[in-house]
Design a protein around this ligand. Structure first.
Ligand SMILES: *Cc1c(COP(=O)(O)O)cnc(C)c1O
Length: 358
């Protein structure tokens, strides 16, 4: 029996994606690699029906954080300033990145689990005209909250400020409004909602935003990836096998009905698990309408213990995910990413009942 990963990436691979790893060895300076890379870049833009003249996908070898770091350290101009609107670990990480590279920054912080206050962002932008970019996490994986970007996008647009979006745990499953939100770029990875293998991450950047680029890192210079890849090249060796897997995973996503199909699938599974947990007296951290379709955080009931719950589920073939930081010991998380069948979900429901039943 295969182990089902319910952590937010890496994911349980489909047989098809795993088999793609076995394709033939390839030199990254050969035309076959160029074709593979070009194909993936096109498919990534197609996920959200983006125009190739306006947007460019940059493929990199690294985990999701590499894409986020590349976006921030390239796209905030030399005299620019970043405002990070944060309400979880991944928002805080964007502030750490800005600090590490000495990029001028400010933060608007909401407590974990709470929504981002777009009025507070508006006030910050009014008070500090030096701010050129607002960075925000779309789906804050710490809590499962899907940050509402319509009001925040409107505030940014009104103030003529561009947005940098960490869509690492939403790309492929949640709607991203590339037109209405004034996005300069969004960063994501192969091994979350796209169901690929860890090792490839990417940034989708507005081409016009690259004109003002101020790369502070060599390896993570987004601009050199775009210019090399536009000419079918790559600045550095890429993780070829994970490219194969991503190529296949993107076909699977398209066949599964694209973003809408994947979201519906996650929602169905999530609903089933949530109602089973409700019957067991387990409460979710957030309401349905605040949550992503991708992941839910649940409170660990009084009579249970995280490590014990984890180990019992692990022996039944399921890996759940602990709460981070302040939530450690109090929360557990269940993510729906990956090749998870209805049968797997039913088995999980049974395993949860056995593990949590009194
Ligand atoms: C997973 C994740 C990341 C990146 O984490 P890595 O460990 O570098 O893959 C960044 N942001 C969010 C919101 C995530 O869920």
């Amino acid at each position: 029996m295969r182990t089902i990963l319910l952590n937010p990436g890496p994911v349980t691979l489909s047989r098809r994606v795993r088999q793609a790893l076995q394709r033939e060895d390839l030199c990254h300076r050969e035309p076959e690699f160029a074709a593979l890379q070009n194909r993936i870049r096109e498919k990534l833009l197609k996920v959200y029906l983006l125009d190739q003249d306006k947007w460019a996908a940059a493929l990199m070898t690294g985990s999701g954080t590499a894409a986020v770091e590349s976006m921030i350290t390239t796209l905030v101009p030399a005299n620019g300033k970043l405002l990070v609107a944060q309400n979880g670990v991944y928002g805080e990480r964007m502030t750490q990145i800005a600090d590490r590279y000495a990029i001028a920054n400010a933060t608007i912080t909401a407590p974990w689990g709470a929504p981002i206050d777009s009025e507070a962002v508006a006030r910050a932008l009014e008070a500090d005209p030096a701010i050129t970019h607002v960075a925000v996490v779309h789906h804050e994986t710490t809590t499962g909250r899907l940050n509402e970007l319509d009001p925040l996008g409107a505030v940014c647009r009104e103030h003529g400020v561009a947005m940098l979006l960490d869509a690492v745990s939403s790309f492929g499953a949640e709607a991203i409004d590339f037109d209405r939100w004034p996005l300069a770029a969004c960063a994501a990875t192969a091994n979350k909602c796209l169901h690929g293998v860890p090792g490839t991450c990417f940034v989708i950047a507005r081409r016009s935003a690259l004109e003002k680029a101020a790369p502070r890192s060599l390896y993570l210079d987004l601009a050199i990836y775009v210019s090399a890849q536009d000419q079918s090249g790559t600045p550095f060796t890429q993780s070829v096998q994970t490219f194969y897997a991503l190529d296949e995973a993107l076909d699977e996503l398209a066949e599964a009905g694209g973003v809408d199909g994947r979201r519906a699938r996650y929602q169905n599974c999530m609903r089933r698990i949530r109602s089973a947990l409700r019957e067991l007296g387990v409460k979710p951290l957030l309401d349905d309408d605040e949550s992503s379709c991708v992941l839910r955080a649940y409170e660990i009931p009084e009579h249970a213990d995280y490590d014990e719950l984890h180990d019992r589920l692990k022996s039944a073939g399921f890996i759940i995910y602990a709460g981070q930081g302040a939530y450690a010991g109090d929360m557990f998380r269940i993510s729906m990413m990956g090749d998870i069948s209805d049968k797997d979900v039913e088995r999980l429901v049974e395993a949860l009942a056995t593990a949590l039943g009194r």
